[in-house]
Write a protein that binds this ligand. Structure first.
Ligand SMILES: C[S@@+](CC[C@H](N)C(=O)[O-])C[C@H]1O[C@@H](n2cnc3c(N)ncnc32)[C@H](O)[C@@H]1O
Length: 511
C-alpha cells in the first residue's frame, strides 16, 4: 500500500498521467486519416515521453518505432513488457532512457539520430506523444519546480514568456526548434491554441494543423476537472531555427476545428479555436471612459470561460488580483453587455478554453439587446450589490410600485429604466422581479430593523438565511418567496436564451 502511494506521488510530481486505451486507439485512426492507411510502414514514430508504452501499444512495425522516457524505471518496465505484452511491438534497442528537456540529441540511438539529422527523412518522422502537463505557475495545483528545472526552460524562457512554465510547451518548442519539418501528434490541454498566455508560443510555432479530436479530461486517470484534452496532428512548416524567428512571420493557423468525442469515442460536434482576434477585455477597457459618480464596480479577469466565476458586480473594494471597472450612468449599458455576454452561457468542458472576443459594432444600434443585457444584469446571481456596503443604486422599481414603507436612498435605476422599450422577455423579468420586491416590502413593513433599500442580493439573504458556515442557504422556509424566486428565475432563463444568439452575432464569441 505504502509503495503504491510512493509511486502515485512520484507520478504526480512528474505531472504524469497515462493515455487510456480508447484514446490511444482513436489517435491511431486519426494518424491513418492524415498519413494514409500504410502510415506505419511509411513513417517513423518516436514517443519521447513514452512512460510504459501505452500510446505505442498496437503499433505493428517495430522497425520504425522508438520509445524513450526520462525515467529509467519506465524504460525498464517497457523492456520487460516487450516479452509479455503481445500488443507492444518494440525492438529492445529502440527503447532508451532520454531526458527530452535536458539531454543532447547525440544520446539517441544512431538510426534515430540519422533520421533527425536528415532533412528529408525527418519529414517522415512523427513525434507521437502525451507529454507531462505539470506547471509551475503558482496556485494550489501547480507542481512548483517541476517545469523550471530544465535546460529547455532556460533556453526558451524569454521566448515563451508565461507558457514556459508548462512542460508540454517546452516539449513543443524543443521539437519545433530541433526537429524542423517533422510531424507532431500530441495529446495535451488546449490552452496553447488560443489563450493569451500562449501568444508567444504561437508566434514561433509554425505548423499546419492536419486533424484532431478533443475529449473530456476526466476520461483520463488521475485527471479531474471540467476541461478538454485534445489530440492534434501538426506538420511543422518553419524553415528556420526558432532563434531566428524574429524575422519570420508565424504560420500558426487562425482557425482550428476539432472533432468533439463523447466518452465512447463517437463524434458529437465540431469545435472551433481561433487565434489572432483581439479579446473582449481590450474592448471593455477601450469603451469605458472613466466613469464619474460610481454606482458600483464590475470585477473581471482573463478572457476565457474558466474565469467567468470571477466576473461579478459589487460595492466593495477587493485587494485581489482582479481587474476592476467603476460603473456609472455613462457606461452602465456597456458594463451590462460585458456582464451578460460573459454569463449567459454555462461553463462546460467543451467551451472551457473559448475566449471572449472583441466584438463587431453590431451591438451599438441594437437597443433591444442592450436593454436585455441591462435587465439580465440586474437580476443575475453574480450581481452582489448589498445595501450594507453603500447606497444601493440598483433598485429597478419606485417606492410606489413595490409598496415601500419609506423613500429609497436612490432612485437611480428606476429612473434609468424609465422610457426604455423592453422586449417581452425583459419585461417579464422585471414583472416577476416586481412581485418579489412587493412581497419583500409587505413582509418587512413593520420590521424597522430590516432595510427598505434592499438589493436583489439582500432580499435573497433575508428570506434564505445563512448556514453556520456562512454561505447562503439555497432555499427559504417561506414557500411564497420560493415560488416568486422560481418564477423570476424562469423568466431570466427565457431572457438568457434571447441574449445568447446575439453574443455570437456581435462577435463576443465565435462558433
Ligand atoms: C503523461 S505521461 C504519458 C506516458 C505514455 N506515453 C502514455 O501516453 O500513457 C508523460 C511521460 O513523460 C515522461 N517525462 C516527463 N518528463 C520527461 C522528460 N523531460 N523527458 C522525457 N520524458 C519525460 C514521464 O516520465 C511520463 O512517463
Amino acid at each position: 500500500m505504502e509503495k503504491r502511494l510512493v509511486i502515485n506521488n512520484l507520478r504526480e510530481i512528474r505531472g504524469s498521467f497515462f493515455t487510456p486505451k480508447i484514446w490511444a486507439d482513436k489517435s491511431k485512426e486519426y494518424l491513418a486519416s492524415v498519413f494514409g492507411a500504410d502510415w506505419q510502414d511509411e513513417y517513423y514514430v518516436w514517443d519521447c515521453a513514452a512512460g510504459t508504452g501505452n500510446l505505442l501499444a498496437g503499433l505493428s512495425n517495430e522497425y520504425n518505432v522508438w520509445a524513450s522516457d526520462v525515467d529509467q524505471g519506465n524504460v525498464e518496465t517497457m523492456q520487460s513488457l516487450i516479452d509479455i505484452d503481445e500488443n507492444l511491438n518494440l525492438l529492445p534497442v529502440h527503447v532508451f532512457q532520454f531526458d527530452f528537456l535536458n539531454d543532447s540529441f547525440d544520446k539517441v540511438p544512431e538510426e534515430l539520430k540519422k533520421i533527425i539529422d536528415d532533412p528529408e527523412k525527418r519529414k517522415k518522422l512523427i513525434v507521437y506523444i502525451n507529454p507531462p502537463y505539470a506547471e509551475s505557475s503558482g496556485g494550489e495545483k501547480a507542481k512548483t519546480g517541476v517545469s523550471t528545472q530544465h535546460k529547455t526552460h532556460d533556453d526558451y524562457k524569454k521566448l515563451l514568456g508565461k507558457a514556459s512554465n508548462e512542460l508540454f510547451s517546452q516539449f513543443i518548442i524543443r521539437i519545433a526548434d530541433l526537429i524542423p519539418h517533422c510531424n507532431l501528434a500530441m495529446f495535451s490541454t488546449l490552452k496553447y491554441l488560443n489563450s493569451s498566455n500562449f501568444k508567444n508560443l504561437r508566434r514561433v510555432f509554425s505548423a499546419s494543423f492536419m486533424n484532431g479530436f478533443m475529449v473530456h479530461a476526466d476520461t483520463f486517470d488521475n485527471v479531474h476537472g471540467k476541461f478538454p484534452i485534445g489530440f492534434l496532428i501538426w506538420k511543422l512548416t518553419a524553415d528556420y531555427h526558432i532563434s531566428e524567428y524574429e524575422e519570420k512571420p508565424s504560420e500558426f493557423p487562425k482557425e482550428i476545428k476539432l472533432d468533439v468525442l463523447d466518452t465512447a469515442g463517437n463524434k458529437i460536434a465540431t469545435k472551433g479555436f481561433y487565434n489572432g482576434i483581439e479579446y473582449i477585455n481590450k474592448w471593455f477597457v477601450e469603451n469605458n471612459a472613466l466613469a464619474k459618480e460610481s454606482i458600483g464596480k464590475v470585477y473581471y479577469t482573463s478572457n476565457d470561460f474558466q474565469q467567468n466565476n470571477l466576473v461579478f458586480i459589487s460595492l466593495t473594494e477587493t485587494t485581489s488580483h482582479l481587474s476592476c471597472n467603476e460603473i456609472a450612468k455613462s457606461n452602465l449599458v456597456q458594463c451590462s453587455i460585458y456582464f451578460a455576454a460573459r454569463h449567459c452561457f454555462e461553463h462546460t468542458w467543451i467551451n472551457h478554453n473559448d475566449q471572449f472576443l472583441y466584438p463587431n459594432d453590431g451591438y451599438k444600434n441594437d437597443t433591444e439587446f442592450q436593454n436585455n443585457c441591462l435587465v439580465y444584469t440586474l437580476f443575475h446571481g453574480k450581481n452582489n450589490i448589498q445595501s450594507q456596503h453603500g447606497i444601493n443604486h440598483w433598485i429597478p422599481f419606485t417606492e410606489k410600485e413595490v409598496g415601500a414603507r419609506e423613500k429609497f436612498e436612490s432612485n437611480f435605476m428606476s429612473n434609468f429604466l424609465k422610457g426604455r422599450t423592453l422586449s417581452a422577455e425583459a419585461a417579464a423579468v422585471l414583472g416577476a422581479g416586481k412581485e418579489l420586491w412587493k412581497y419583500y416590502h409587505a413582509t418587512i413593513k413593520n420590521n424597522k430593523t430590516v432595510s427598505h433599500n434592499a438589493s436583489y442580493y439582500d432580499i435573497r439573504e433575508y428570506f434564505q438565511g445563512r448556514k453556520e458556515s456562512g454561505t447562503m442557504n439555497t432555499k427559504s422556509t417561506d414557500e411564497t418567496y420560493n415560488a416568486l424566486l422560481a418564477a423570476l428565475r424562469g423568466t431570466l432563463k427565457t431572457l438568457t436564451v434571447k441574449i445568447q444568439p446575439k453574443v455570437y452575432k456581435y462577435g463576443f464569441l465565435k462558433e
